[in-house]
Ligand binder design. Structure first.
Ligand code: NAG
Ligand code: NAG
Ligand code: NAG
Ligand code: NAG
Length: 206
């Protein structure tokens, strides 16, 4: 009797520990991979779901290829239907993680998203896929979701064929300026592949 009760306790504790560590691994990656402090000062509390049309997902620093992320993904979170949100994709590793003199590069900004209807928000910076230059190693591509405190005017309107205002940007400064609070996040990493010249060509359209 006593033994089985101890066994029961043991397994309960064991699985609780296993479960919490599995939960922690995701958001902890923000710190272990240095997104904290390079982009934000504390990790988000919630997980942002990021899925591309081809089925690949951002999963706390997993490696994807520029080819896989050329089109904008579907992003999901637990939204309050009466709240407005801002979605950001940013690369702190411009032009490289070793020497990020143009940190951050702004890849996608959608403001005034009602609930989780991204397509109904205002796209202030059109989606640009990953374009890590050749021989610059892995870049981190960080998705951040902020809850707004009222409607905002992003202050820029950048199409997906323009690099205006994209380098040397800071998602955290932007969020602070507009009094937004971080809710959720996720990130993947990518290095050069032969799709990158297309991204660079797309951006030189302006
Ligand atoms: C750029 O945006 C336009 C719409 O504004 C869209 O038709 C086009 O597919 C986008 N290009 C890329 C490469 O995302
Ligand atoms: C980025 O900002 C730094 C200082 O904040 C400046 O020295 C540098 O010229 C800027 N680079 C670009 C590409 O704007
Ligand atoms: C900023 O947002 C918080 C809620 O997140 C709110 O309490 C505060 O009043 C806001 N401050 C300004 C200056 O709008
Ligand atoms: C860039 O995109 C904008 C808005 O979609 C469009 O008006 C403009 O013609 C495009 N420029 C080039 C060079 O493709």
């Amino acid at each position: 009797m006593l033994l089985s009760r101890n066994m029961f306790l043991f397994f309960t504790l064991f699985f609780t520990a296993l479960f919490s560590s599995a939960m922690a691994t995701g958001l902890e990656a923000f710190t272990t991979d240095g997104v904290v402090p390079d982009v934000i000062s504390v990790p988000p509390k919630d997980i942002l779901g990021v899925t591309y049309k081809n089925g690949v997902k951002a999963d706390f620093g997993n490696e994807l290829t520029p080819t896989q992320v050329k089109e904008k993904p579907t992003v999901t979170w637990d939204a309050l239907s009466d709240a407005l949100y801002t979605l950001i994709l940013t690369d702190p590793d411009a032009p490289s993680r070793a020497n990020p003199t143009r940190r951050e590069f702004k890849h996608w900004v959608v403001v005034n998203i009602p609930g989780n209807q991204v397509e109904k928000g205002d796209e202030a910076a059109g989606y640009v896929g990953s374009g890590p230059p050749k021989d610059t190693g892995l870049h981190r591509y960080v998705f951040l979701l902020f809850k707004q405190n009222g409607k905002v005017d992003a202050g820029f309107q950048t199409p997906n064929n323009s690099s205006d205002g994209r380098p040397n940007w800071s998602a955290a400064t932007f969020a602070q300026k507009h009094n937004m609070s971080l809710v959720a996040g996720n990130f993947y990493q990518a290095k050069y592949d032969d799709y990158v010249p297309n991204v660079h060509k797309q951006l030189s359209g302006h």
